[in-house]
Write a protein that binds this ligand. Structure first.
Ligand code: 0WD
Length: 254
C-alpha cells in the first residue's frame, strides 16, 4: 500500500459506480493518490459528487470535452488547487447508439465527426493541457478496445475511433516523452457499463469472451483499476506508447 502517495491527478469519465473510471479511481485512492474527478452535465453531477466524497476526491467541475472552455476551466481549477499534477485518466467515449449496430458502411458524417471528436481528439486536447501541469513528469492513460485491431460485431465507427486513439497514444508518447510524460492505453475486455449498453448484442459479446478467452471469464473494473495502477505509478517508469490488454487474454485467440 502507498504506491501513489504524494501523487495527484485527475480521472475523467466517471458516470456511475459501474464506470471503468470508477474502478481506476478506487484503485488509485487505495494506494494513497489525491484525486480530482469531473462530471459531464448536471445529471451526472448528482452521481459523481457522492462517489468523489467516498474517495476524499475533489470535484473539479463540469467538463464536456466538446466544449473547449470547460476543459480550460477544469485545468485552471487544478492549477489553482494543486499547482501541478502527476497523472490523467481519460475514460471517455461516445457514439450514436443507432450506429453501434448494423453496418459500418452506413455511418453518417455527422456521427463519424462526433465520435472522433469525443472519443479521440479529446485525449489530445487534454494531453496538451496536462503537459503544462505535469512539471515533474507524469502519466496519461486512456481506455481502448480490441475493436481497434480486429472487426468486432456492431463496434463499427467506434472501432475506427479506437484505432485512431491508439495511434494518438503513440504520437503523444513521442511529443511528451522529452518531459518524462508517459502516454499509454489499456485495452479492456468487455464490461457491462452505461456506454457498453449502447452496443448492439453486448450480452452476446460478453458471453463470447467468457467462453473463448484463455482465462474463460470476463474482467472487472477493479482488475482494470489494478492494471491502471501499474501504468499510472512509477512501477512502469520506462513504459510509454503502449497498448496493454486487460482482457483475460482474449486478444491472443480472437
Ligand atoms: O466494455 C467496455 N465497457 C469497454 C469500455 C471496453 C473497452 C474500453 N472501454 C472504454 C470506453 O470506450 C470508454 O473510452 O472505456 C471508457 C470508459 O467507458 P465505460 O466505463 O465503459 O462507460 P461509462 O461508464 O458510460 O463512461 C463513459 C463516460 C460517459 O458516460 P455516458 O455513458 O454518460 O456517455 O464518458 C463520458 C461520460 O461521463 N463522456 C463524456 N465526458 C465528457 N465530455 C463525454 C463528453 N462529451 N461523452 C461521454
Amino acid at each position: 500500500n502507498g504506491l501513489m502517495i504524494g501523487k495527484r491527478g485527475i480521472v475523467m469519465g466517471v458516470a456511475n459506480n459501474r464506470s471503468i473510471a470508477w474502478g481506476i479511481a478506487k484503485a488509485l485512492a487505495d494506494q494513497g493518490a489525491e484525486l480530482a474527478l469531473t462530471y459531464q452535465g448536471e445529471a451526472l453531477k448528482k452521481r459523481v459528487e457522492p462517489l468523489a466524497e467516498e474517495l476524499g476526491a475533489f470535484v473539479a467541475g463540469h467538463c464536456d470535452v466538446t466544449e473547449e472552455e470547460t476543459l480550460d476551466a477544469v485545468f485552471a481549477t487544478l492549477a489553482e488547487h494543486w499547482g501541478s499534477i502527476d497523472f490523467l485518466v481519460h475514460a471517455i467515449a461516445f457514439s450514436d447508439k443507432d450506429e453501434l449496430t448494423g453496418r459500418y458502411v452506413e455511418t453518417s458524417r455527422d456521427n463519424f465527426r462526433k465520435t472522433m471528436d469525443i472519443s479521440v481528439y479529446s485525449l489530445t486536447a487534454l494531453a496538451a493541457r496536462a503537459e503544462k501541469l505535469m512539471t515533474s513528469g507524469g502519466s496519461i492513460l486512456t481506455l481502448t478496445y480490441y475493436g481497434a485491431e480486429k472487426v468486432m460485431p456492431h463496434y463499427n465507427v467506434m472501432g475506427v475511433a479506437k484505432a485512431a486513439l491508439e495511434a494518438s497514444v503513440r504520437y503523444l508518447a513521442v511529443d511528451l516523452g522529452g518531459k518524462a510524460i508517459r502516454v499509454n492505453a489499456i485495452s479492456a475486455g468487455p464490461i457491462k457499463t452505461l456506454a457498453a449498453s449502447g452496443i448492439g448484442d453486448f450480452r452476446y459479446i460478453l458471453k463470447w469472451n467468457e467462453y473463448n478467452s484463455p482465462l474463460k471469464r470476463t474482467v472487472t473494473i477493479d482488475e482494470v483499476g489494478q492494471s491502471a495502477l501499474y501504468l499510472l505509478s512509477d512501477m512502469s517508469s520506462a513504459v510509454t506508447g503502449e497498448v496493454h490488454h486487460v482482457d483475460s487474454g482474449y486478444h491472443t485467440v480472437g
